[in-house]
Design a binder for this molecule. Structure first.
Ligand code: ATP
Ligand code: MG
Length: 346
């Protein structure tokens, strides 16, 4: 039984690893977004209904692995989410994380830096929001803005009050190196980093902006600034291509998620996250022999206290039902929140 389960898990792991390979940016590869990645890719699934079961499976696995990650308390996971406007960052976070215990996940959104933030080194505000061991942090925009929007609009760099030598030629190459070094330090010390770029096409962005105008309930989402930013589309594509080329590393790889179909982007994002957690393979801690013997002594005491007519141990039949994941040993309070597959695709 345990063995069969183990084989299934192994197969699932291989299947998932194969699924995410096309999205991964190979370390050292030179990326040209327009040439190398298709925003409309849908893996031959064609219809979102075919994807619903897949997403539900991903969401469920994520909840399962998040519980183990928290129990093991060794690794933290940092999910970096970058995209152009209307690519679906918010919806991706909402759907992919829908089954996860809210206590185990923190989402941080990074906007235009405050005066206090500009008074510090550029990684300061991101370092303050890193996950603790056992936790998952999602950066909704991230330190990558420092080589994206800051590069496309150099006046942002002016505002950073850097010494002259730090803002001269070579600043972007240097920042790539610094980011890689920082991420390496983090991964060497138990913070796993996985980076997702939601890759939207220019035409799909136009359609989504129009939809925000056409549907009154969506008007609040529409921002004229986003349309202005669209004028810099080519500069952003270039800045993203460069960043992906220089900062996809063995220790913190980038994944380019096709984002023209929201439902597919969610499946792909969930798959990448589950795959990362499976690589970490966190385990529920087990107790040593001595502690186990102590527990059995306490058990005997509790059994002796059973009132007349009550079973000494009402769970006696269940206790052999363990599987290799140790799931049966989890207390009820540690069960992940129920998975909502119905709302997974809108
Ligand atoms: P949404 O629009 O869905 O609420 P958002 O992430 O677009 O989410 P906004 O408040 O619209 O949030 O935009 C945040 C803005 O902050 C973006 O234009 C982004 O480029 C900008 N920004 C983020 N980090 C930096 C930075 N380090 N320097 C300058 N601008 C930044
Ligand atoms: Mg915005």
């Amino acid at each position: 039984m345990a063995r069969k389960h183990h084989e299934l898990t192994h197969k699932r792991r291989e299947r998932l690893a194969d699924f995410v390979v096309p999205f991964r940016v190979k370390p050292g590869a030179r990326v040209t977004l327009s040439k190398d990645f298709d925003p409309a890719f849908d893996g031959g699934l064609r219809h979102k209904r075919e994807g619903e079961a897949l997403l539900a499976e991903g969401v469920e696995l994520l909840a399962e692995y998040q519980a183990r990650l928290a129990a093991q308390d060794t690794w933290g996971v940092l999910v970096v989410l970058q995209a152009l406007d209307a690519a679906g960052k918010d919806g991706t976070i909402r759907h992919v994380m829908s089954g996860v215990n809210p206590q185990g996940v923190a989402v941080h959104s990074f906007k235009v830096p405050s005066a206090e933030e500009l008074d510090h080194d550029y990684l300061w505000r991101y370092a303050r929001r890193l996950p603790a061991r056992g936790g998952i942090a999602i950066f909704n925009r991230s330190h990558y803005e420092e080589v994206l929007v800051v590069r496309v609009h150099p006046e942002n760099l002016e505002r950073q009050k850097l010494p002259k030598a730090s803002r001269q030629r070579g600043v972007w190459k240097r920042r790539y190196r610094e980011i890689n070094d920082w991420e390496r330090y983090l991964s060497d010390n138990g913070i796993r980093i996985v980076k997702l770029f939601l890759n939207l096409s220019k035409e799909e962005q136009r359609r989504r902006f129009l939809r925000r105008i056409d549907l009154p309930d969506h008007n609040w989402k529409f921002s004229s600034a986003d349309v202005a930013e669209r004028k810099h589309w080519d500069d952003y594509q270039k800045a993203f291509s460069e960043a992906l080329s220089h900062t996809s590393t063995e220790w913190a790889p980038w994944y380019v998620i096709p984002a023209d179909r929201k439902w597919y982007a969610r499946i792909a994002a969930a798959a990448v996250l589950v795959n990362t957690l499976m690589e970490i393979d966190p385990r529920f801690p087990t107790v040593d022999k001595q502690r186990r013997e102590e527990l059995l002594k306490v058990k005997a005491t509790l059994e002796a206290q059973a009132p007349a007519g009550a079973a000494a141990d009402p769970f006696a039949q269940d206790s052999g039902r363990d599987d290799s994941d140790g799931r049966a040993q989890r207390r009820d309070s540690e069960q992940p929140a129920p998975v909502s597959a119905k709302s997974a695709v809108d």
